[in-house]
Structures are given as structure tokens and as C-alpha cells.
Design a binder for this molecule. Sequence first.
Ligand code: DON
Length: 309
Amino acid sequence: MADLQALVEEIHHTLKPRTGEGKVADYIPSLARVDPNKFGIAIIDLNGTVYKTGDCDEAFSIQSVSKVFTLTLALGKHGETTWNRVGREPSGSAFNSIVQLEHEHGKPRNPFINAGAIVISDSVLAGHTPREAIGEIVRFVQYLADDPTIAIDPEVARSEAATGFRNMALANFMKSYGKLQHPVDHVLGVYFHQCALAMSCTQLARAGLFLAANGKNPITGHTVVSSQRARRINALMLTCGHYDGSGDFAYHVGLPGKSGVGGGIMAVAPGKASVAVWSPGLNQNGNSLVGSLALEMLANKTGWSVFGG
Ligand code: DON
């Protein structure tokens, strides 16, 4: 679509004045000091053409967007048995909630809430030391994005570990139910490092492209997952990718998407394109406020919603 570049610029121009809105994550200093006015958009279509604008090439902390990549890795290692350990239902509660876990005997609702992602980190750890598992995750994301420069921000990883008391509680709680196979500190080491991956919108959109193209990266020709698996990961992103705001995101945007508290959202228009947006101000559910609005405008103007144009 030739006018996609004009569209990303229009979206950026329209929403840029609102970038101060929302609340920037402040639980660690390296996120708290990010300029709230940063705003980037990148779209990659199935021909590999990139349409981008704003701060689209500046790396930011992808945080929970990483949960899509580790889920893909875990499914590759353990197949459908992954679902014995984590559910596939929307949680209807906050990303770091502990309440539901007790009711459900330590089995997290889905792989995108923190508890579920911690179980997935545990399954990525199988047969590895934490250092090897972290290396595997980084190399996998580099492979998906076809970009060997992607790396973890060590300061973010350190701060996650220093302040991650809620995640420690979740992990210990699950360990008490026998739901983690490795030592809690090993599992959390992996989880905290995956959250600290630093990527730009352009890199993130490239990394998500296989999900828009039936599991095969159309640029590199690599088959990452089967088309069935890509479809299913997309289904999970649609129903669970925005925590307690997933219904609202489906209503307004209508695309599978995954958010992170760094203000990034990766979204997939199946058969069309992969999209990444970044704006650090978050709404009450911990999802990028302006990023969500940008994706809503994009879906409205392109007719890309999976529910119809
Ligand atoms: O684990 C945590 O709570 C943080 N690293 C944030 C994870 C995250 O991005 C949740 N999503 N919105």
C-alpha cells in the first residue's frame, strides 16, 4: 500500500501532542527517566517494505512484549505439553496479580501475565543454565528480527532483579505448588533478563513479522513456526496480550497485540503486516496510552481489524 508512509506520518502528527498523557513506568530508574514524549511507529508489510516515523529506531525496554518470543521458544521446545503448565484464558486481572493463582492452585491463567511468563521462563530453562537460556532467548530474537545487534540492557536487568519483589512472590508461590522445575532464582534470572531486552520499533516489527505471515518470515524465508502455531499465538495475543485491557484493545483495535510497561506494543495484522509502536505513557492497565490510540487509528484507516474492515 503506497500511502502507508503517509498514514504513519499522519498518525504520528495527530497523536504527538498527546504523548505526555498517561503515566510512565517508574518502578525502576531506567524506565522512570525515559522521555514521555518519545513516540515511534514502524510497519513492515509481507514484502519487507518498512513504513516508519518518529523515534522508530531508538531502542527501548520491550518488557512484557518479550513474553511472545519466550512463549514461541517454549512451544518449540515442549510443544503442546506447555499447556499442562499454563492456561489459555484471559485473566481479567492485573499483569502481576497474585490472587487468582491461589484459587487455581498455582497454575497461571495464560502465558502473558507475569505468573504465566515465569512458568514459560522455567520451561525455556530446561536443559540449560540460566546464562545459556538467556543467550538462547537473545539469539532467538536476533534471528526473528534478522538483526544481531539486539541486546539486553544490563542496567534494566539488574534493576528488575533488585525491585522484583512481586515477581519473587509469584515465583515462590508457584514453587510451593510444585509448578516450577528449576530454582526460583534461576527462573527469575531468565525472566528479568528477557524483560530487559532493548529493541526499537523497527526491530520489534521485524521480529513479529512471522506471526503476520503464517509462521514464516517472508524476508529471510525462515519457517519459524507452523501456520497453525502462528494462528494460535495470535489468538492468545488477541485475548490476553493486554491483560485486563485485552477486551478494550480488541474492541478498539481488533488486532493481536502484546504490550509492555516500557510503552511498546507489537501488533500483527495477519496476511498484511507487523506493526510496532512506542510511547512510554501508560493507561490504567499498564498499556501504552498513545500507542493504543495509534494502533486504533491505523486499524480504522486500513481496515486491518481481524473482525472486518
Ligand atoms: O515483571 C514485571 O512486572 C515488569 N518487568 C513489567 C512487565 C510488563 O511489561 C508488564 N506489562 N505491561
